[in-house]
Design a protein around this ligand. Structure first.
Ligand code: IMP
Ligand code: MG
Length: 178
């Protein structure tokens, strides 16, 4: 088992890339099926965490679609601050379009709630949520999560785009706090 150290914490290999890739393929197939008849859906990646996931997911999407990003932040260290700031806004026109939000991880759901609230004001046809990871024991919101690749317990994870205080995003596998 491989270990990495980021700041003051050690992490060990948790979910290898091969497993992540398989889970993404499954979800991509569902999306391809479900959105086949939609007019140019907009895939909206949430930076920074979803950059790697969005990249891998999009390579498996066979739809005539748009890919764009917004940047949000709600975490400080290993705990959610509950205070979601929109750092970089949305430029694309999503009026009447199907939007697929692409998130790295849904934890408490605060980020998703704020984001969906903001997106609804721009009158999209519908909003679908796609997340690489979900912590079901932490998620207490009403918003349905349409596409979940992997469900994990309430442990802090890094790698594959996810960070601990801005470090660890570049690793291909997922690591869990040791
Ligand atoms: P939520 O608003 O509580 O659902 O938190 C969502 C955001 O917190 C995600 O987009 C991540 O950026 C971050 N986050 C939540 N859990 C983790 C984790 O285990 N590792 C790294 N970042 C996390
Ligand atoms: Mg994030």
């Amino acid at each position: 088992m491989e270990r990495i150290t980021l700041h003051d914490k050690t992490f060990r290999t948790y979910i290898p890339y091969a497993e992540i890739d398989k889970a993404i393929s499954k979800v991509a197939q569902q999306i391809n099926r479900d959105l086949m008849n939609e007019d140019r859906p907009v895939f909206l990646g949430i930076l920074n965490g979803s950059f790697m996931f969005t990249s891998d997911l999009m390579k498996k999407i066979d739809l005539n679609c748009m890919v764009t990003f917004v940047k949000l932040a709600s975490y400080s260290g290993t705990e959610s601050t509950g205070d979601v700031k929109e750092v970089l806004g949305l430029c694309a026109d999503i009026t009447g379009r199907t939007v697929v939000v692409v998130e790295d991880i849904v934890d408490s759901g605060t980020t998703i709630v704020k984001l969906v609230e903001d997106l609804k004001k721009k009158n999209p046809k519908q909003i679908k949520i796609c997340t690489l990871l979900l912590k079901p024991d932490a998620y207490k919101q009403e918003i349905p999560l349409d596409y979940v690749c992997i469900r994990i317990p309430n442990d802090f994870v890094v790698g594959y785009g996810l960070d601990y205080n801005n470090l660890g995003r570049q690793y291909k596998d997922l690591y869990v706090i040791d």
